[in-house]
Design a protein. Structure first.
Length: 90
């Protein structure tokens, strides 16, 4: 049975993560916005997904190599389309 409180908790957690994204940037005011963007992007798109996946998945590399290429393709495609849609909505 679905738990609405769990959904509220995940929504709150996502809002907190989104709101706290720029907190560290107060300490580096001399950086240009391009540097903010690339540092945040590299962390958000490369570092964090691998760290969280490694923490939550035993034998991560073996799991990924055992995953069919078509599944990886569809995951990549929908992720890229989500990013494209999100960048055009702003």
């Amino acid at each position: 049975m679905p738990n609405p409180l769990l959904g509220v908790m995940f929504h709150w957690l996502g809002g907190l993560a989104s709101a706290s994204f720029y907190v560290p940037y107060k300490q580096i005011r001399r950086w240009s916005w391009e540097i903010f963007w690339i540092v945040g992007g590299v962390f958000s798109w490369v570092v964090a997904p691998w760290v969280f996946a490694a923490l939550r998945t035993e034998h991560l590399i073996q799991v990924l190599t055992a995953t069919p290429n078509s599944t990886l393709f569809w995951c990549w495609l929908w992720g890229a389309l989500w990013d494209l849609a999100d960048s055009h909505s702003a």
